[in-house]
Design a protein around this ligand. Structure first.
Ligand SMILES: CC(C)(COP(=O)(O)OP(=O)(O)OC[C@H]1O[C@@H](n2cnc3c(N)ncnc32)[C@H](O)[C@@H]1OP(=O)(O)O)[C@@H](O)C(=O)NCCC(=O)NCCS
Length: 166
């Protein structure tokens, strides 16, 4: 089935929020509700990407862009559409955008027990950069992963490591 990629519109927010709840946040509480997804869609420093087929949304990705670092906030493909290259296509789109924006590195965190995603991100050129115990609601560890796109410039004086996105 043909899949097209496009930027999300505010009316896509409920479907994206439900995918986040069911495919990513299961068991953690629902942090990315429609209003929060709407704000991300409207944020000029964030790309909310939707993969669609005739049946509707098949996957989505959200990435925020800083000056040199981009942060992959959420990323998922519907269970019935996995291992068909949709995740790879969304990642290639995001990496191309990041390169155009002059980004030096893409960072992400994921649940430490999410083995499939760890294998996926490694296949997409990411390397594991550390573990944050209790990152998710004080009870689940996160693995941090990074993909370098180019050599970074010096860190700004006010830079601090990301400790908790929730
Ligand atoms: C991780 C995820 C996004 C991958 O999406 P996908 O569309 O299935 O990925 P692709 O088909 O593009 O896979 C690309 C490559 O990644 C690797 N890969 C992907 N899923 C894999 C799995 N379950 N096991 C092993 N390798 C896997 C393979 O090398 C694959 O290439 P191949 O199919 O030619 O062997 C998807 O499994 C998912 O949505 N999981 C639930 C949500 C989630 O965990 N999101 C990430 C954390 S926020």
């Amino acid at each position: 089935m043909t899949v097209t990629l496009r930027l999300a519109r505010t009316q896509d927010a409920p479907a994206i929020a439900v995918m986040s709840r069911d495919l990513i946040e299961a068991g953690l509480g629902w942090q990315y509700q429609p209003r929060r997804i709407c704000r991300l869609i409207e944020d000029p420093d964030t790309s909310v990407l939707l993969a669609c087929d005739r049946g509707g949304p098949a996957g989505f990705a959200i990435m925020t862009f800083g000056d040199e670092r981009a942060h992959l906030v959420l990323f998922a493909v519907r269970a019935t559409r996995r291992r068909q290259g949709i995740g790879r296509r969304m990642m290639e789109w995001l990496v191309a955008s990041a390169l155009t924006a002059g980004i030096a590195s893409i960072h992400l965190e994921l649940r430490a027990d999410n083995r499939a995603a760890r294998v996926f991100y490694r296949a997409m050129g990411f390397a594991e950069a550390g573990v944050l115990p209790g990152y998710y609601q004080g009870r689940e560890a996160a693995v941090c992963m990074v993909r370098m796109l180019r050599k970074a410039g010096p860190l700004p004086l006010d830079w601090r490591p990301l400790l908790d996105k929730r």
